[in-house]
Write a protein that binds this ligand. Structure first.
Ligand SMILES: [Zn+2]
Length: 317
């Protein structure tokens, strides 16, 4: 097997350790299945939730033993077999983040059975197409159904020196009825760029979706806002982690059957993607501030499903 010096962050794997404080067999290395850097885990195949102190290597979820070069809060930098094929990504203008992904972190699930992760990816792909049509270079943080930590998504946007990132979600549970879509946009505290991006996203998405005759639901305080935890930090990781100006948009309520049925209609994808792409174009080419700004919320998210577990996508063939 050819060995390359391509270092990746591996989210999970069986850890190979020679640490004497962990169980060993006759002095040989022991293999302990562990999820990345987590103290609690719901991974079905995890046999322990504490990493050995001296993990020297790991076996990837696709069965490849690799050396650990460095340990990070989100996983490991490992030496992988040479990936011979790949498409280099240079600086990009826009990063679109389809929320959730993988077997455990499905996001909300519609009454129709569609998981949020699937809808988010469809909308994200439609946004990327709409942006490419406008000549705006775009990269997705997730291109299929796999889990990826929020910090890894943020690092991608920062590494590609993106002008902005938009994270796409659909909300739950359903609040009360509303004559207009219950679009919510979360922005980075103290960032005027994130605020302007959020205002434009809300304005353009609202105009694009309000044309549909649907029994919408909405929170009383829906709009563009910061959400801070009790420590005063941005509560949502995809907002807190990146240096890149970022906004997270909850386009509607997948938990509301009327909206969930609309979201399955191709005309919804065209409308939602068109609105988001137009907002991004406005952000890049104008000084417009957008609208929909409201007072922020204070919220302490519970450690969510999928927060402490992840699966790596197949990286090579
Ligand atoms: Zn979501």
């Amino acid at each position: 097997m050819a060995i390359g010096l391509i270092a990746i962050v591996s989210c999970s794997g069986a850890v190979v350790s020679s640490d004497p404080t962990t169980p060993t067999t006759a002095g040989s290395a022991t293999v302990t299945t562990a999820s990345h850097a987590s103290t609690t885990s719901t991974t079905p195949d995890s046999t322990t939730t504490t990493l050995p102190i001296a993990a020297l290597g790991l076996v990837t979820p696709t069965g490849v033993p690799v050396a650990i070069l460095r340990s990070l809060p989100v996983g490991y930098v490992v030496l992988t077999p040479l990936i011979r094929k790949g498409e280099a990504i240079g600086k990009t203008t826009v990063v679109i983040d389809p929320g959730h992904g993988g077997a455990i972190d499905t996001g909300a699930v519609a009454p129709t059975g569609m998981p949020e992760k699937t809808l988010n990816l469809k909308v994200a792909e439609a946004v990327a197409d709409a942006l490419e049509d406008r000549g705006i270079a775009t990269v997705l943080t997730r291109t299929a159904d796999y889990a990826s930590p929020l910090s890894v998504r943020a690092q991608l946007a920062d590494a590609l020196d993106a002008e902005l990132m938009v994270s796409i979600h659909h909300n739950a549970p359903s609040p009360g009825p509303s004559p207009v879509p219950g679009i919510e946009v979360f922005i980075q505290n103290g960032s005027s760029s994130s605020r302007r991006l959020g205002g434009l996203l809300w304005q353009r998405a609202m105009a694009a979706l309000d044309v549909f005759d649907v029994d919408w639901v909405a929170e009383d305080d829906a709009g563009v806002m910061t959400v801070l935890n009790s420590r005063g930090d941005d509560a949502y990781g995809i907002i807190r982690h990146p240096e890149t100006p970022t906004a997270m948009v909850e386009l509607g309520y997948i938990s509301n059957r009327a909206e969930a049925e609309l979201f399955q209609d191709p005309t919804y994808l065209v409308a939602a993607a068109g609105g988001i792409a137009q907002a991004i174009q406005d952000f890049l080419n104008s000084d417009n501030e957008g609208s929909g700004f409201i007072e922020g919320r204070v919220f302490d998210p519970q450690p969510g499903v999928g927060k402490d577990v992840c699966t790596d996508p197949e990286l090579g063939r």
